[in-house]
Design a protein around this ligand. Sequence first.
Ligand SMILES: [Zn+2]
Length: 451
Amino acid sequence: MQVFNSLTRRNEELKPLEGNEIRLYTCGPTVYNFAHIGNFRAYAFEDILRRVVQFDGMKIRQVMNLTDVDDKTIRGANAAGVALTDYTKTYKDAFFADLKKLNIQPAEVYPAATDHIPEMISLVSKLIEKGVAYKSDDGSVYFNVRKFPGYGKLAHIDFDHQQTGARCAADEYDKENVGDFALWKAWEESDGPVGWDSPWGRGRPGWHIECSAMSMKYLGETFDLHTGGIDNLFPHHENEIAQAEAATGKPFVKTWMHCAHLRVNGEKMSKSAGNFFTLRDLIEKGYTGREIRYVLINAHYRQGLNFAFSALEDARKALARIDACVERATDGEAPDWAKAHLDDFTAAVNDDLNMPKAFAALFELVRDTNAHGGGSVLGVFKRMDEVLGVIFFGKAEKAEVPAEIQALLDQRAEARKAKNWAESDRLRDEIAAAGWLVKDSREGQSVTKKA
Ligand SMILES: [Zn+2]
């Protein structure tokens, strides 16, 4: 599998550093609000990436962090007058529900920043010992970018033409403000009840340190792959590299991949422009998670994606066409023409996740299947869907699950989480009495209408 590495700015073969497993770290959501579709573009890209790794027969271990303490979460919790953990829990739960709607495979680990404060304190201490970080007068700790020679290698910053040396306390800043960045922030009035004791006094971690600390904890000091949206490249990812490599003296990550921005109706998404959408907004407008997923994964990840309602309408039509074709498909040995389309599909996804080409191969398969009046191509559709995750197999899946059945399913999921098997079985019987069959699998429960 070839991918474009943002660090070397070249296409490279992606193969595991160790064994048959790709270790992947993906920057996750800041849980201060519902994630918007721009965020989900990045998560959908990462989902395609992990699916292609598995499609190629490799294993994946993905870690996605949850930023549950930073400038924005603290501001939100204090404005709402609730504890930080209560405030962020709402958005953590919403995030996982949204991922499910988009059929995004869960990561193997979702570490939360607030559960890893000791790991971050120990990493900051190490950086002070190594002489690349220093304590400021107010009890904050900063990383001295001039003490780390590799600083700027990801963003390709040319220090000769840069005014450096300023200090930046904010988590987010741009390339024009390269400077020492905060690893630990001393407690301030505006932090309210949020704070942890540290060797430097009460305070909280900066945003960047969490990803270095948690990625190395779960994936090792050197791992295969790190991804995120292009806006994370600088300063966030640059700082992650500096923190990790200055502490360990080893290369942090072999391959970096970044996905481009999403625009809505040709414009940058913003609340003031009225083109800001969460996943929930779109579902309320009557679109399905499947249609939204289709639009999100259709463009090449390194190309800007223009999200428009017309694209969702097109997705609905395209999916209906695929559904109609899959109904005519049968099991059995695939004919050569179908195998050729699968080969094209396989080549496309292995060519830096070329999804436009992959979808073209899928539609060639649809066209030829229709032209043949059907065919034993079900296996080819299923194989393609290991990557795509948008095809429905079997009529039952298409039947809309009524709200009252869904409510019982949700109750049953809760009961199973609490290991209340008696209640789980009782609910299954109740759902069966209403004409639906529940099936349990590793992915959770699914339901089909009784024939
Ligand atoms: Zn991160």
